[in-house]
Design a protein around this ligand. Sequence first.
Ligand code: GLP
Length: 272
Amino acid sequence: MSVQATSEDAPRLIVAPDYEALSRRAARVVADTVRRRPRATISLTTGRTPLGLYRTLRHWCGEGRLDLSGVRIVSSEEYVGVGVDADDPVSLFGWLRAEVLKPCGIAEESVLRLAGDAADPAAECRRFDAAIERWGGIDLVVQSIGVNGHFGFNEPGSAPDAGSRVVVLAPSTLESNARYWPDGARLPTHGLAMGVGVTLRARHVLLLAAGKRKAEALARAVDGPIDAAVPCSLLRLAPRLTVLADVEASAALEHVDTGAALEHADTYISSQ
Ligand code: GLP
């Protein structure tokens, strides 16, 4: 499916010289959201890309520079078959809890997550979407791009209006995810994904891209047509999109002077 892009679709693009700068800049986006709205609802993702962001948030919370105790968190993906107790070794929620929720003092009652072991996964997804609506929608969604252009288990072919649902994980996602767990860990082939439509109703989407493995996917997402074949391109339909990439991930983008980006702590570049 292809959707006509307009000039208003141009995302704000920030190119950071390296992963550390990207992580700090991402943390500033989170901190700005919380300063404006201390009870903000923020959706977080897993994977390696946001780990530097979470490390920075832990650091700032530990130093008392940032207070995340009032925020509500939406955990945007889980593996099918993984329980809500978060002690399952491959639980994505467990990962988020250890990386950011617990160290930043975010109470579990303030967290909305998808139960991978729900008896009726479709009903679980409807419950999740209804809870987000009840919370008044999401202020900030943090996502990262996958090598096939996906975000948060929304694989190629995901419709722009898709609700949260059960998805079959693409081979490249399974391969990326296999690196997270010890050899022999049970690796689910299906996931529960917060839907594209749910994501697009958020007031602000922050898309992270780090490393040269993501360069081609990011170029398709930013410079190509808005098309369900590249789920991250659909994020250009969000009310506000910020793309935050390091220089390596920006290598294939049009209109980006990566040399200039390298000279600044964070460089703001329009993609148009
Ligand atoms: C998880 C996340 C995806 C992410 C993938 C790879 O599967 N649900 O959204 O794209 O990890 O992430 P990374 O390349 O940052 O390790």
